[in-house]
Design a protein around this ligand. Structure first.
Ligand code: MG
Length: 369
């Protein structure tokens, strides 16, 4: 029986991973979560993990309700302990820069990581690979676009790749309203195709999520930014494509259901059957050029990638601050891009290191709040 652990078990990817675990009968050996006590307790009682980590503020309430044989490890150290607990696969699904440390801890322990936390690659890609290679850790992407690219690249040589083409739904505001400054959090939280957490849903609507994914692809597949393109595909059925030097193009297609890429990352290279309806191929499939004037966040991500160093880290921190402020109705929708631009303008860029990342993250948040 395959054993897994989940960092971020109460989030969108975490809960869907547990559904996949039920399909396949995996042993869920360790769970790490934040403050969602009720859901975590439900998960712990159902899967009876050996180890569970949660935020320190809810640890005292969780402890007396744990089943016998489940050990509680509170706080950020607890998440690292979950990451290191020996399993077949660690699903790294804590969103944002908060997920970086535990993802790295898993790789340092030589684990296989099913990577849903894109920020680890975005802010620290080369350093993450260094750790993985040194300690024998391996990475399979969970992000649907990167899973698609990974699947298209199986059996191919990297030198044969012309372009990685990431698809983007374009979000709810692709065509309207004309004036984006009036967009409310409620409107931005309604994604046309995917059900996801709040931060990534807002990021999808501004195309910043695609910007993060461009950077993620750049570092994950270790290809230059000029070989990475974005195409708008409102139906979200083609999850990404690879153009090869010989003119052939491979695309990966499937229903927009995150359980598929999660399942693939955990079962690769096998493709066992799953209890889902097959995709109906009939219908209209569109592909369009992204509108970077209307959605400048995508271009800003390319810009940060070209700058290198800690620029992607600063941009990512700025977006976390900006989205939080927008959700709390402190800034307008169009101010998100302005804050991102500001973070790059005021950045004194330095070479990438773990210390530089921590400093830049802190400094950017301080300057923008
Ligand atoms: Mg994605």
């Amino acid at each position: 029986m395959k054993s897994i652990s989940i960092l971020g078990s109460t989030g969108s990817i975490g809960t869907q991973t547990l559904e996949v675990a039920r399909w396949r009968g995996y042993e869920v050996a360790a769970l790490g979560a934040g403050k969602n006590l009720d859901l975590l307790l439900e998960q712990v009682q159902m899967f009876k993990p050996k180890l569970v980590a949660c935020d320190k503020t809810v640890a005292a309430q969780l402890e007396p309700q744990l089943p016998t044989g489940t050990k509680l490890v509170p706080g950020p150290e607890g998440l690292e302990e979950v990451a290191q607990y020996p399993v077949n696969s660690v699903v790294a699904a804590i969103s944002g820069s908060a997920g970086l440390k535990s993802t790295v801890a898993a790789l340092k322990a030589g684990q296989h990581v099913a990577l849903a936390n894109k920020e680890a690659m975005v802010v620290a890609g080369p350093l993450v690979w260094e750790v993985a290679r040194k300690h024998g850790g391996t990475i399979t992407p969970v992000d649907s676009e990167h899973s698609a690219l990974f699947q298209c690249l199986v059996g191919e040589q990297k030198s044969a790749v012309d372009k990685l083409v990431l698809t983007a739904s374009g979000g709810p505001f692709r065509l309207k309203p004309h004036d984006l400054s009036q967009v409310t959090p409620e409107q931005a939280l309604k994604h046309p195709n995917w059900a996801m957490g709040a931060k990534v849903t807002i990021d999808s609507s501004t195309l910043f999520n695609k910007g993060l994914e461009v950077l993620e692809a750049h570092y994950l597949f270790e290809l230059p930014l000029r070989q990475i393109e974005v195409v708008i595909h409102p139906q979200s059925l083609i999850h990404s494509l690879v153009r090869f030097q010989d003119g052939n193009i491979k695309a990966q297609i499937g229903p927009h259901d995150m359980r598929l890429p999660i399942h693939y990352a955990l079962e690769y290279p096998k493709r066992p059957q799953i209890p889902l309806e097959p995709l109906d191929l009939k219908g209209t499939w569109e592909l369009h050029e992204p509108d970077t004037k209307r959605f400048p966040c995508l271009s800003l991500a390319y810009q940060a990638g070209e700058m290198g160093g800690v620029a992607p880290c600063a941009l990512n921190a700025a977006d976390e601050v900006a989205v939080e402020a927008f959700l709390a109705k402190r800034i307008a929708y169009t101010d998100i891009a302005k804050l991102l631009e500001q973070s790059l303008e005021q950045l004194e860029n330095i070479p990438l290191s773990w210390d530089a990342i921590e400093e830049t993250d802190k400094l950017t948040r301080r300057l923008l709040t």
